[in-house]
Write a protein that binds this ligand. Structure first.
Ligand SMILES: [Zn+2]
Length: 481
């Protein structure tokens, strides 16, 4: 009469570990019964064997049994109240000690063990099956979450179904979601440490971590509802939107990405940039101050860094201004007044001779090397200099923030990228439209109407929501002016 738990093994799941622990518990349970068959363990060896069997220590403290993986499964698959009985029935150290010391009949101990086994079995029976369906969705439950936990997660599915029916877009929900997978912990291989959900576009599966239950209220609604709706938003963005609608959404991010790109390229001066800087010097007859004014703010900072940290030799301009230093004057003179330069530095060479021309060639190469003009690799700017540049011009960092602010994204997480922006905005648009600014609402509305989101429903949405409707009109009005 061993413990029964005949279920298909889902490899790598918490349930998998729990099953191994239960196997081990069964083995020990059988051995304990054999050990106590007939007489009590007045034999000290038998007493020791019992202690070892259940890993009890002589001080009466009891380790957990079944083994830790069972407890890991149990605490993740059930709520605290559901597992209460298990702890109440578990034979503890003092109980085992009293058997060993002959104060308790062996039969009583075995009966206590039976009760414990029954409690375990009752709990495992409350584990929901690995596969079942709910609201017409296939549910995969590899961790064998218990029924109460599953019911908590069903709330999110119920919410989705009710919401999409209310909005008249229920068929879209069925198109986007073929299956739903429940996972016990966000740290399971499929989810990273902080993720509560995932959308697999190839299998049309929403993966949800049961930890979302404990999060309570979210930004727009309960977290469990938000998590489902957010993942569905990824489906709409990545799979449902026709190309022009997706492009319209992503276009909002072009400026953000551009500013981010500018910020990240700040630490490098490319060959193209160096050539452009040199052209600017040539154009202004080697006046670095005038040349700098021909450049955009970020380029200007790089231009300064380029002249202050040439590839060889001393700085060519002063630390704070675009003014030549001695070596800088030397270089500028070479390119603007070659005769004076040669006279000053090489007055012993006959003007116009082969030697004279060769010397000019050599000097030209030397200066171009100094400026990295004959090199095709990007030139790195030291991190400290980059920081200085950023401090000198906070507008660089600000430009990214400004570009993001223009989008009026509904949550901080939405500011991650255009995908999360869409998912987050979709959640608010569908479930809490009042949280969106008119601009944010318009962005979503425009994209969804481009997508002809199930024919008329979006229009219906807009009509029902008088504020949104006004906003659209206001926008169209403004754009036509
Ligand atoms: Zn997401």
């Amino acid at each position: 009469m061993t413990f029964e738990y005949q279920y298909r093994r889902a490899s790598g799941s918490l349930w998998d570990g729990a099953q191994k622990a239960l196997d081990d518990f069964n083995a020990r349970y059988t051995e304990a019964q054999d050990l106590f068959k007939g007489s009590g363990p007045d034999d000290p060896d038998a007493a020791d064997a019992l202690l070892n069997k259940f890993a009890f220590r002589r001080d009466g403290t009891a380790p957990s049994f079944p083994d830790t993986p069972f407890y890991e499964w149990m605490t993740n698959a059930f709520n605290v109240g559901d597992t209460h009985d298990i702890d109440a029935f578990r034979p503890d150290g003092p109980l085992v000690m009293s058997v060993i010391e002959g104060k308790l009949e062996v039969d009583l101990f075995l009966r206590a063990l039976d009760q414990y086994r029954d409690a375990l079995e009752a709990l495992v029976r409350k584990a929901a099956p690995e596969h079942f369906s709910y609201q017409g969705f296939k549910i995969h439950n590899p961790d064998r979450l218990g029924e109460p936990k599953c019911r908590d997660l069903f709330e999110g599915i119920d919410y989705l179904v009710a919401l999409f029916k209310k909005r008249g877009v229920y068929p879209l929900l069925k198109t986007g979601v073929r299956g739903i997978e429940f996972l016990a912990k966000p740290s399971m291989e499929k989810l990273n440490a902080t993720a509560l959900g995932l959308y697999y576009w190839n299998t049309k599966t929403i993966v949800i971590s049961s930890h979302v239950i404990g999060y309570g209220e979210g930004r727009f609604m309960k977290w469990v509802n938000e998590a489902f709706l957010h993942e569905f938003g990824h489906f709409v963005h990545l799979n449902y939107l026709p190309r022009e609608a997706k492009e319209a959404w992503d276009a909002g991010w072009v400026e953000v990405n551009q500013k981010q790109e500018e910020l990240s390229t700040l630490s490098k001066i490319t060959a193209v940039e160096r050539a452009r800087f040199f052209d600017a010097l040539v154009f202004t007859k080697f006046d670095p101050s005038k040349a700098s004014k021909r450049l955009k703010p970020i380029e200007r900072l790089k231009f300064g860094a380029w002249l202050r940290s040439p590839m060889t030799g001393d700085p060519l301009i002063t630390p704070k201004q675009f003014r030549w230093t001695g070596p800088g004057v030397n270089l500028a003179t070479f390119y603007t007044d070659r005769e004076s330069f040669m006279k000053k530095n090489y007055d012993w060479i006959e003007v116009g001779s082969d030697e004279y021309n060769k010397q000019i060639e050599r000097k030209d190469k030397q200066f171009k090397d100094k400026l990295g003009l004959d090199w095709d690799q990007p030139l790195s700017i030291p991190a400290a200099t980059v920081r200085e540049l950023l401090d000198a011009d906070p507008s660089l960092k600000k430009s990214v923030a400004d570009a993001l602010n223009k989008l009026e994204i509904v949550s901080d997480y939405g500011r991650t990228n255009e995908k999360e922006d869409f998912a987050e905005t979709f959640v608010a648009f569908m479930g809490a439209p009042a949280k969106l600014t008119p601009t944010a609402k318009f962005r979503m509305q425009r994209v969804l109407s481009l997508a002809n989101f199930y024919n008329k429903p979006v229009m219906r949405l807009a009509e029902n929501d008088s504020l949104a409707h006004q906003v659209v009109n206001r926008y169209l009005h403004a754009r036509n002016q």
